[in-house]
Design a protein around this ligand. Structure first.
Ligand code: ATP
Ligand code: MG
Length: 575
């Protein structure tokens, strides 16, 4: 490709709208342009990179036995009503009507659609297992679209769905996808980790997320320093350690705490540490109202609590509901005398003589004790894990790091097949529900995550497997016929070998060309300049290491090919 024919509008200035490096660099390198909040156009350079990632995905999905399909992005509401998600999905689902007033949505994910295909097309166990995938545009009306294509509203996703006859087969499909994902992200040049994840709105029983390690990641991962336990913070368990407090049980007392509501206020006012306070938080699932108890210095993990309750939705109670069930304003709720189901975090098990709200305005209780003063219905793990907490699997401690979730795999079981009647006939002719799994990768997010991990102050440093070009040829002076001839020769030679080359044939100052070269991050740069050319040489620079070598003109294709193959790794061809 010739630069002057390419629409590659690089920007010198830092774009003010961008908060993270990958977003800034994708704008500056002319890869993307914003259309509206969370909606982007990909320009040629961006498309080339997206295609590289898509190609890796296709190769690995096909290798794992999955077959590519292409479903519509406009989905009939009826399918979503069958699964119940038309009501559950909330405002992320963009609902539309056609001229006949029929309802549709723009597909945010395709479980309903694929289950509909399966119930029509799969009849017998002989057709199983099947794994179908697509690479297609999704729409989710995200509350806070940000970080460019990392959290967009319109974005390209690879989504795959597996169908199996039995649990054993479903497990095999799941782990096949796990391996394929590891391969995809490895080949894309990412440093990642697979962690246990929450199943959220997709539902299902079991899930892993593939996390690219990056300080700007929106997700937090808890991982054990000693064993291989790692989980998204939403899901991360905390080891159960019961420490029986060695103190005598004292008499319950009521104390005035005028306008003291928060943990800080109350503990300061009463001169006790937050570890001696128990927070009472009221939640409403739509089906029941419950009280959750956690220690004063701990935070509640709503995902874990919601999962424990088996609730689809759950909200912290508003002021009115709090007043209704506790007879006191917010900030004074407590378990003593409270007529609600009480769920307490494990950390409360050994506590003695603690402080709680009194369910009366401006009042707290001190020396509250389990059993004597109130009953806990269920003890369980409902707190947010934090740095240094005990690991749930071994005596180790948890560490926290940030990551970008680029892919997630789920075991769905029969959630959708049962709701929508997708069955098959087993060898005995019995009708059984299909067992499903679903598997997503954000293509744009993968590109952004790769840039987040691979850049320096001058620009992007593309891993060669997803680079828009392998080699950039940079003739320093367009007016010099000799330089241009040499550059053109190398360009032709490399192209013949299947190398993807960009020839910077613009009539620009060398400084501009060098700056753009660093910004767009092509792995190998060949500089053709007068001085070296006189010696029959060109300069080869490796973008990542900054290493510079002089190469004989005739040797260029061989050296370039070798470097590309080395960086691409074994078994991956150049063209
Ligand atoms: P998140 O927790 O980040 O919102 P999710 O759990 O909603 O992600 P999935 O439904 O599992 O995501 O989607 C599969 C993949 O699609 C994600 O791992 C991610 O790479 C990508 N993805 C999801 N939402 C977005 C988005 N708004 N913009 C870009 N990519 C996205
Ligand atoms: Mg989401």
């Amino acid at each position: 490709m010739r630069y002057y024919q390419l629409l590659l509008p690089t920007l010198r200035e830092e774009p003010a709208e961008a908060e993270v490096e990958s977003h800034k660099l994708m704008l500056r390198a002319g890869m993307i342009r914003k259309v509206a909040a969370g909606i982007y156009t990909f320009l040629p350079l961006g498309v080339r990179v997206m295609h590289k990632v898509e190609r890796i995905i296709r190769e690995e999905m096909n290798r794992a036995g999955a077959q590519e399909v292409l479903m519509s992005c406009v989905l009939p509401a009826d399918l979503w009503k069958e699964s119940g998600r038309w009501e559950q999905y909330g405002r992320e689902l963009l609902r539309i009507k056609d001229r006949h007033e029929r309802e549709y949505c723009l597909g945010p994910t395709h479980e309903e659609m694929i289950t509909d295909i399966a119930r029509r097309e799969i009849r017998s166990y002989r057709q199983l297992p099947v794994n179908l995938y697509q690479i297609q545009t999704k729409f989710r009306d995200e509350v806070r679209p940000r970080f460019g294509v990392m959290r967009a509203r319109e974005f390209i996703m690879k989504d795959a769905y597996s169908f199996d006859a039995d649990e054993e087969g479903a497990q095999k499909s799941y782990w096949q996808m796990f391996d394929a994902y590891a391969m995809i992200f490895r080949r894309s040049g990412l440093r990642f980790r697979a962690v246990e994840a929450d199943t959220g709105l997709i539902g299902g029983s079991f899930s892993h997320e593939f996390m690219v390690l990056a300080d700007t990641g929106e997700d937090v991962v808890a991982s054990c320093g000693e064993c291989d336990y790692a989980a998204n913070l939403e899901r991360a368990e905390v080891g159960r350690v019961v420490e029986e407090a060695d103190e005598e049980i004292k008499g319950l007392e009521r104390v005035d705490t005028p306008a003291q509501k928060s943990v800080e206020e109350v503990t300061e006012f009463l001169n006790v540490s937050p570890q001696r306070l128990v927070k009472t938080i009221i939640f409403d699932t739509g089906k029941e109202v419950i009280a959750a108890l956690v220690r004063g210095d701990h935070e509640i993990n709503e995902s874990k609590l919601r999962r424990h309750l088996g609730a689809l939705q759950m909200q912290m109670a508003g002021d009115e509901l709090i007043a209704d069930v506790t007879h006191a304003p917010k900030g004074f709720a407590g378990p003593v005398g409270l007529d609600l189901k009480i769920i307490a975090d494990y950390a409360l098990e050994g506590m003695r003589n603690f402080v709680t709200g009194a369910n009366e305005p401006d009042t707290h209780l001190i020396n509250v004790n389990l059993e004597r003063d109130f009953q806990v219905d269920e003890f369980t793990d409902i707190r947010l894990a934090k740095e240094g907490d005990p690991c749930p699997r071994c005596p180790g401690r948890l560490q926290m790091f940030r990551g970008i979730a680029v892919g997630q795999i789920f075991r769905l079981g029969t959630k959708y097949s049962e709701a929508m009647g997708a069955t098959y006939l087993d060898p005995q002719g019995r009708e059984k529900p299909l067992i499903m799994g679903c598997y997503g990768i954000g293509v744009g997010r993968t590109v952004a995550a790769a840039i987040e991990q691979n850049h320096d102050e001058n620009g992007i440093i593309f891993p060669i497997s997803i680079a828009p070009f392998h080699v950039l040829i940079l003739p320093v002076n367009n007016k010099d016929a000799q330089i241009m001839r040499a550059a053109e020769d190398i360009y032709t030679l490399l192209q013949e070998k299947g190398v993807e080359v960009l020839l910077d044939d613009r009539d620009e100052r060398p400084g501009v060309k060098f700056k753009d070269a660093d910004l767009i991050g092509i792995p190998l740069r060949l500089t053709v300049g007068e001085k070296n050319l006189k010696k029959g040489k060109v300069e080869m620079k490796i973008r990542r290491s900054g290493e510079v070598v002089l190469v004989e003109l005739e040797g260029v294709p061989e050296v370039a090919m070798r470097m590309i193959s080395e960086q691409l790794g074994d078994g991956v061809s150049v063209s």
